[in-house]
Each structure stands twice: as C-alpha cells, then as structure tokens.
Design a protein around this ligand. Structure first.
Ligand code: SAH
Ligand code: SF4
Length: 460
C-alpha cells in the first residue's frame, strides 16, 4: 500500500516557502545543476518548482546566482569525484560573497559517511539534503537563512511517497512523470537501492491526475519514470497504468523507463503493440550477455529468458526501437564472458546502447569481488563494443532511408538555425529544414540521410 507524506507536513512546507519569500524579497536568483538520470531530472523539476514558489528566478550564470544547488548522482564513482571538484571550485565565490547559499542534494548525499564529510570538510556548503528530504527544501532553506549555519537533512529511508510538491517542467514538449520510486532489486554492482530506498508506487489516481494536467498544459509526450518501472503497483499493474494514460485526450506519445527484464509482462508488450500513442520503443537493460555474470550481478534472468522477451517484442512490434544498458568489466568478467555480450548485441541488434565501464561502489556486494581483467583490457573491450554497436546503429539507421517518420519537434537545431530537430516515435533525433518554428508539433519527415546517431530528411 502507498504511504503518503502527511498533508499537514506539505502545508507546513508551504508555510516555510511563504516565509522564505518574504525574507528574500525580489530579484534573488538560483542556479540548479542536475547530474545523473531522468529520475534526477524529474526531482529537479520539483526543486525548480519549490524555488520558484519561494520567489527565486533561474539563472545559468554562477556569477549572478544567490543560491547554487547541485542535485547529485551516485551511480558511478566518476560522478562523485567530479562533484567534489565542482564544489571545491565554489569556495572562492563564497569567500567573495558570504551571502551566497550553496546546496548539495540527491543520491550522493544519501551515501554512508557523506553527512560527516560535509560537516567536517565542506563547512561552506550551507545545505545538504537527501532524496527523502527533497520536499523539505523550504524548511531547510529557511533554517539556513535564519540560523546562518550548515543544515544537513539526510534521513533514513522510510518508504513514503510525497504528493503536492509544485513542479516546474523544463520542457513544454515532453514531460517526465515519476510513477514509482526506489528499487528492491539489489543488483550486486548498484548503489541505487541504498540511496533511493525500497520500491514504492504512487497511487494510480495521482499519476492519472498529473498526466491529465500535463495534457491540459499542451504537452504531447509523457515519459513514465521509475527505477524499475514495470514493477509499479499503485492500484493497477504497470500495463494497466500505461493503458489508462494512453486514454487521456491530448497525450500523443507515451514512453517509459527503466524496465527490468524479470518483471516485463506480455500484457505490457500487448499494450505497446495495440495502443497507437504508446511509442514503439523499449529500453530493456541487459547488462551482460553471459549467464555466469548475470548470476553474479543478481539480475535474476538468463540470456535465454531475455532473448525470449526480445523475440516476443519483435514479433508483436516489428518496427520497435530497442536500447539497452551494458556494463563492461564487471568483477570476474573474462574475455569469454565479454564475447558473449558481443554475441548478444549481434543477435538483438539494438538501435543504440548505453555502455559503462564497471565502477566500484562502496557498500555493494560487487565492491569486494575480484577482477579478472586489467583496466586496460576493460577499456580495449569497451572500445571494441562501441565499434560493433556503432556499425549496427548505422546499419539500422540506413535501413530507415526512404521511410516516413512522425517527429515531435523540440525546436531549432543547435548547429543550424534553418533546421528544426525533434524525435521520431522510436526516440531517434531527426533534423529537417524549416524556416518556421514548429516546436511542439508532430510533423512527417521523409528520411533522406543518416549517420550513427541522427537521421535527417524533408518534411512532407
Ligand atoms: N534501474 C535502472 C537503471 C539504474 S542505473 C535499471 O535497472 O535499468 C543506470 C545504469 O547504470 C544501469 O543499467 C547500469 O548499466 C549502470 N550502472 C549501475 N551501477 C553501475 C556501476 N557500479 N558501474 C557501472 N555502471 C553501473
Ligand atoms: Fe540498480 Fe538493478 Fe535497481 Fe536498476 S534494477 S536501480 S541496476 S539495483
């Protein structure tokens, strides 16, 4: 059952937001930097919402900012290292302007020892708060302003869902909609279950209300989000939820991520196949093509089971766009295991992949496992995999030449003002010539030219 944060608590936060607004007055600016995945992007839309409610306006310039907030990621070690580098670089700004407020929030702060690290070594960071305290930003900020002391609010993970936080969406073309939070899977390499807690789903009525409000604001595409989105259980199955969202007037495209292969149902695949506005696109992270490695990763499926799902998807949705996540160099992975992953890539023929070199995360079971390959060998394998995948991506894109794609336009191309760009139903970037701004419209484009990552063509 979904446990919601008490409404009184939400009202209390609104009270703090009002107080902050009165204290700071007009003209204060914030800079919010979001690192990591779509879940973080979605959380940041709430941070934007709360900061706007408190009277702050957004800036992209550090020099202009009265408040700088980092929403952090902990999935790979690199992200953490970079973040501390960036926070270090803010110290001179704080020395120059003692009224500057610096904040760090999100996944990284939930990791063991972070509270102490900020208390001891980063005293000039004014607020540090975790994934569970996100909604309490108004109270935290109020205390920072009143007490002039570092406020750290990193709570134990307790399984609540918080409704009613203001959201300021960052796009008026497509919207993120979080349907569930946390993860119960404990893949042996992954830090997510430790920093985002156990799975909890929003009640389906709350999800549908948000979807309706997205539709009524004119946004045509919704991305349903969850760490393990197909284990959603907020009163409907995930397949039923997707079907209900697809019935809302004005929603022309629905995507979802991430799906775990062990939880994907035939019903969901059927909904994708049958509903016109559920995009023919599936992101299905496989991580490895070796059963031995999948077992040590605690993924709870085999290559055979995974290929069975892929076959079903391809049979029911022949033009499906497929993507995945792969980890190269997991502890114990040999070249033989690696080549099994290469074979899987050849068998599935994904449109594109997100590949990562394994990164050791403290506190996860894999962190104490022995490596077979050297870092150099892992990098060589990584490059081989990219080469193979780039060839496949290009071949798949070439096969689209001559086809007509419906493209949801996102705006002007970054490199050419006379071109517009958008995404095909499969999620591929498409460029086409137009001197008119067609942002937010769905247009038909005949594909004439492709490369590994993008398609281009003529509007018809
Ligand atoms: N819940 C999602 C994604 C979680 S993180 C899922 O299961 O698909 C996104 C991706 O980061 C994972 O799919 C995995 O490929 C990668 N990842 C997670 N932990 C990692 C680690 N320690 N090292 C390298 N890549 C990792
Ligand atoms: Fe991490 Fe696995 Fe959960 Fe994905 S399913 S968030 S990889 S533990």
């Amino acid at each position: 059952m979904t446990v919601k944060t008490d409404e009184k608590e939400i009202l209390r936060q609104k009270g703090f937001a009002e107080k902050v607004k009165n204290i700071i007055g007009e003209g204060k600016k914030y800079l919010l930097i979001t690192l990591g995945c779509q879940q973080n992007e979605s959380d940041s839309e709430k941070l934007h919402g709360m900061l706007s409610e408190m009277g702050y306006t957004e800036t992209e310039l550090i020099d202009e900012a009265d408040l700088i907030l980092y929403n952090t990621c902990a999935v790979r070690e690199n992200a953490e290292k970079k973040l501390f580098g960036r926070i270090g670089a803010l110290k001179p700004y704080k020395e120059k302007n003692p009224d500057l407020i610096i904040g760090v929030c999100g996944c990284m702060t939930q990791q063991k020892g972070m509270d102490e690290r900020f208390r001891r070594y980063y005293k000039y960071v004014d607020m540090v708060f975790g994934t569970y305290s996100l909604y309490a930003l108004p109270e935290i900020l109020y205390k920072v302003i009143e007490d002039r002391a570092q406020i750290r609010d990193i709570r134990d993970i307790d399984g609540e869902v918080t409704e009613g936080i203001p959201i300021k969406r960052q796009s008026n073309v497509k919207a993120y909609l979080s349907v569930m939070y946390g993860c119960n899977n404990f893949c042996s390499y992954c830090v997510v279950p430790y920093v985002r807690g156990r799975e909890r789903s929003r009640e389906y009525k709350d999800v549908l209300d948000e979807a309706k409000s997205i539709a009524s604001s004119g946004i045509k595409e919704i991305m349903l989000l969850g760490q393990n989105v197909n284990s959603y259980n907020g009163g409907l199955s995930f397949a039923e939820l997707v079907a209900k969202v697809s019935e809302i007037d004005g929603i022309e495209r629905i995507r979802f991520m991430s799906s775990h292969p062990k939880d994907i149902s035939s019903e969901l695949i059927d909904v994708m196949a049958e509903r016109k506005n559920v995009c023919n696109q599936l992101h299905l992270p496989v991580q490895s093509g070796s059963n031995r490695i999948l077992k040590i990763m605690n993924r709870r499926y085999t290559v055979e089971k995974y290929m069975g799902i892929i076959d079903e998807v391809k049979r029911k949705i022949p033009d499906v766009t497929l993507t995945t996540d792969i980890i190269v160099g997991f502890p114990g992975e040999t070249n033989e295991d690696f080549y099994k992953t290469m074979e899987l890539l050849k068998a599935v023929r994904y449109d594109s992949i997100f590949s990562f070199i394994y990164s050791k995360r403290k506190g996860t079971p894999a962190a104490v496992m022995e490596d077979c390959l050297t870092e150099e060998e892992k990098h060589i394998n990584f490059d081989k995999m990219l080469k193979l995948q780039n060839d496949i991506s290009l071949e798949k894109n070439k096969a689209m030449i001559g086809s007509v794609q419906s493209v949801l336009v996102e705006g002007e191309s970054k490199t050419d003002k006379l071109r517009q760009c958008g995404r095909s139903e499969g999620g591929k970037l498409v460029h086409f010539a137009s001197d008119k701004d067609l942002t937010g419209e769905i247009v038909k484009v005949k594909i004439t030219d492709v490369n590994t990552w993008t398609l281009s063509g003529d509007m018809i």
